[in-house]
Design a protein around this ligand. Structure first.
Ligand SMILES: [Zn+2]
Length: 255
């Protein structure tokens, strides 16, 4: 979306817990990358996981950035041309884009019940979706929709081949497409999943460099496939190694 070559980064926390040092470092790196290049830095609140929202967490995020001098050029309270910057206020946008992917054959309606999906799990509660609804006929889909059956929208992953991208920190990352699940893009409550809405927002907000923790290193091929499906230019990816430290018991874990 960016009409010029100015770089743009973002910090996109979920108000599902309080800021920890790892989040703050991600914000700082993202901010510094933009500012060192004369670019812009956005704050976006990712609150689509409504069940996990923690009251007051959003204020803590905003106050922490204020206190540490990490000023954002666009975001809640500041505004900007690509708002709103709170995802729950953007709900309608995501469904519209998911429907575009259905039309182009990159996504599909799944009408499976919770019981059916549960029956696919093994004794450990693991096991992926079996792509049961991937090839429903047009008539079946229309009938289900007309009957008002609840649905989710899933990404239609390629069954063969490899998806690759180059991370600015880790180098080339390759993923066999056969490893990719047909992940949910829109949930039964109409809210998008993280996996979908952050991609749509990064594109619509003109984000050129995605800076985040390395726990997303292996999910990024799925996001690259979404950019490809829309015919959008992929952003640059900068995955940061996790900050590790010792907890009270002396165990090494993510800070
Ligand atoms: Zn299904």
């Amino acid at each position: 979306m960016a009409s010029n070559s100015q770089i743009k980064t973002r910090f996109a926390p979920s108000p599902t817990g309080f800021m920890h040092i790892g989040n703050l470092r991600t914000a700082l790196y993202s901010y510094l990358l933009a500012k060192s290049q004369g670019g812009k830095f956005i704050l976006r609140i990712e609150d689509t996981d409504q069940e996990r929202l923690v009251e007051g967490a959003q204020d803590v995020i905003i106050k922490t950035l204020e206190m540490t001098g990490i000023d954002y050029d666009e975001g809640p309270g500041v505004g900007g041309e690509n708002g709103p910057y709170i995802q729950s206020e953007r709900k309608g946008i995501y469904l519209e884009y998911a429907k575009k992917l259905i039309e182009s054959g990159h996504a599909y309606y799944c009408f499976c019940t919770a019981e059916r999906l549960k029956s696919l799990h093994d004794e450990n509660g693991l096991g992926g979706y079996d792509r049961h609804c991937r090839d429903l006929s047009k008539e079946e889909i229309e009938k289900n929709l007309a009957e008002g059956k609840p649905y989710v929208i899933r990404q239609k992953m390629p069954l063969e081949g490899t998806t690759s991208y180059v991370d600015e920190v880790y180098g080339k990352v390759d993923m066999d497409n056969s490893e990719l699940q047909d992940q949910i893009l829109i949930k039964a409550d109409g809210f998008p999943t993280y996996n979908f809405c952050h991609v749509i927002d990064d594109y619509l907000m003109g984000v050129t460099h995605v800076v985040r923790g390395n726990e997303y290193l292996t999910s990024t091929p799925k996001y690259c496939l979404l950019y490809d499906a829309f015919g959008w230019e992929r952003p640059h990816y900068v995955h940061l190694p996790l900050l590790m430290g010792k907890d009270a018991d002396g165990n090494v874990s993510k800070l």
